[in-house]
Design a protein around this ligand. Structure first.
Ligand SMILES: Nc1ncnc2c1ncn2[C@@H]1O[C@H](COP(=O)(O)OP(=O)(O)OP(=O)(O)O)[C@@H](O)[C@H]1O
Ligand SMILES: [Mg+2]
Length: 417
């Protein structure tokens, strides 16, 4: 087996490794889940902006609406969770985090908002009690682990909650006001499905306008999280919506932020990371928090001796590449390219893809057959359209958009021989 398949494999250390694996605690990495507050890094500018122009304003009585915008997996939900935590701690805004992943229409929205409200205040017995007393009819029973809810009753009333969202939120606030709550922080996340329903855009606008015009506005921070396309779609449904949101854009993390993240995460579980290993993890994560967690998690599980070496890091990159590859690249690239010649070119690209993030067309061209060479230009165009490649700085130069994709293409070409 190569070093990549089995990093640092020497017989002498096997026993030590077996013991340390059993003792392995919980991984500090959260692929696919918002990051816990203590491991959140970066986003200083965005956090400051939300805190000063959003949270502080709301705590002073003025409602605000923001849209956290960024690509898939860039960290929208994590940012929302982090600022909700700060807003509760520093300004006493009551957090309501509503995931709308399965919601398609206003009724679904009503149901999710009601459910979130019922379960809110879990860490503050007085607040939880206020909410539960008020919304008692939706509760089956309350156990040590939380409330179990009466779904039938919730579903029945969901349409009323949706059409009366503003009075409902006003009532939440009124019930909590004398417990020290200064406002509500409502996050509507995962809006992909519901944004397609034009009624959602009208509903949002009516909540914001209705609140602004009310003689006694609710101090409400309304935050939506989504990709830019969803915001545009909503504006298309109802153009005035464009004016209500302060758009907070998030993009890739810097190398320094990623370094801090890896150092903190490994330190929290007493694992040492060699500086060359950190460099590798940073290079391959390419500023994408989603990849950072995948790669870090793979390194955590591969480690056997409490020290992440360069070999461990490289092996972790390959594990992560495999995961990214089978989930996305297979579907979106390999299956999209139907022609045999395209696949052959891709295999040859794989052979040179690990060397650097960019390559010259001439370098790839060298190894192609006549028929493949004729299709090379079209192939490169297709790869640009599929978001795998972009043009580089010099003529005939191409760069990979995502380093993980080039690692996967390399892995595939090795498998195909
Ligand atoms: N600032 C951060 N610090 C550390 N880890 C982060 C940070 N932001 C996001 N992550 C991690 O990156 C991954 C993606 O984050 P998150 O789920 O918040 O992104 P998202 O933009 O909401 O994704 P989606 O588009 O799928 O909803 C998760 O594993 C999360 O733990
Ligand atoms: Mg999210």
């Amino acid at each position: 087996m190569s070093r990549i398949d089995q990093p640092d494999a020497t017989d002498g250390s096997k026993q030590v490794r077996a013991i340390s694996t059993e003792r392995k605690g919980r991984s500090p990495f959260y692929p696919g889940q918002p990051v816990p507050v203590e491991l959140f890094v970066g986003r200083q500018e965005q956090v400051d902006r939300i805190m000063t122009r959003g949270v502080a304003q709301v705590a002073a009585g003025k409602p605000v609406a923001v849209f956290v915008q960024g690509e898939y997996g860039i960290g929208k939900s994590s940012l929302a969770g982090f600022v909700q935590f700060l807003a509760e701690k520093k300004y006493n805004l009551h957090p309501l985090y509503v995931p709308l992943g399965t919601a398609e229409n206003p009724d679904d929205l009503g149901k999710e908002v009601l459910e979130t409200t019922l379960k809110s205040g879990a860490f503050n017995p007085t607040r939880a009690d206020r909410i539960r007393t008020w919304l008692n009819k939706y509760i089956e029973n309350v156990t040590f682990f939380g409330v179990s809810i009466r779904l039938d009753a919730i579903k029945r009333d969901a349409p009323h909650i949706a059409s009366g969202m503003l009075p409902f939120l006003a009532e939440v606030f009124n019930r909590l006001n004398d417990t020290g709550v200064k406002g509500l922080f409502l996050v509507l996340d995962e809006i992909n499905g519901i944004a397609a329903d034009r009624r959602f855009a009208y509903l949002l606008k009516s909540i914001v306008d209705g609140n602004a015009m009310s003689p006694k506005p609710i101090p409400l921070l309304l935050m939506l999280c989504g990709v830019e396309e969803r915001r545009r779609q909503m504006i298309q449904h109802h153009p005035p919506l464009d004016r209500i949101f302060d758009v907070i854009e998030i993009s890739a993390l810097s190398a320094e932020e990623m370094k801090t993240f890896f150092e903190n995460a490994f330190r929290s579980v007493d694992i040492e990371v060699e500086s060359e290993a950190i460099e590798l993890l940073i290079e391959w994560s390419a500023g994408l928090p989603k990849i950072m967690h995948l790669v870090g998690d793979a390194a955590f599980w591969l480690d056997r001796d409490g020290v992440i070496s360069k070999g461990d890091a490289l092996a972790a990159v390959m594990v992560a590449a495999e995961e990214v590859g089978t989930k996305f690249v297979d579907q979106q690239v390999y299956r999209a390219l139907k022609s045999r010649d395209y696949h052959a070119i891709l295999r040859k690209l794989g052979k040179i893809s690990l060397k650097s993030n960019s390559f010259m067309k001439s370098e790839l061209e060298k190894d192609l057959t006549d028929s493949e060479r004729k299709k090379l230009n079209n192939f490169l165009q297709r790869m640009k359209k599929l978001n795998v490649l972009r043009s580089g700085d010099s003529m005939g130069e191409y760069e990979f958009n995502l380093p993980m994709v080039r690692a996967y293409i390399w892995l595939q070409s090795r498998r195909d021989g």
